[in-house]
Design a protein. Structure first.
Length: 84
């Protein structure tokens, strides 16, 4: 029941946001040609996004801890000696 409420609330919020964006839409009378530096801004943004992606993976690898080493159970020891 709680998940259903949460889903309905999220759906209602999304619809509300969509209606608000449609209601406040204004015509854009601007023009930006590629030679005016927009391409440089796009390249910079792409480089930033790529750098953040790489850093995120590096940070995850840095903080990933290996599970503690445990001793083999008696069953595993017996199976290992039978295999030899």
């Amino acid at each position: 029941m709680r998940n259903l409420r949460r889903s309905l609330f999220a759906a209602f919020a999304a619809i509300e946001l969509l209606v608000l964006l449609v209601a406040l839409a204004k015509p854009a009378y601007g023009y930006v040609d590629p030679g005016s530096g927009l391409l440089a801004v796009q390249v910079g943004g792409s480089m930033l996004a790529g750098a953040l992606f790489v850093l995120r993976s590096k940070i995850r690898k840095l903080f990933r801890m290996s599970p503690p080493a445990t001793e083999a159970s008696p069953d595993e020891k017996g199976a290992a000696s039978e295999a030899e």
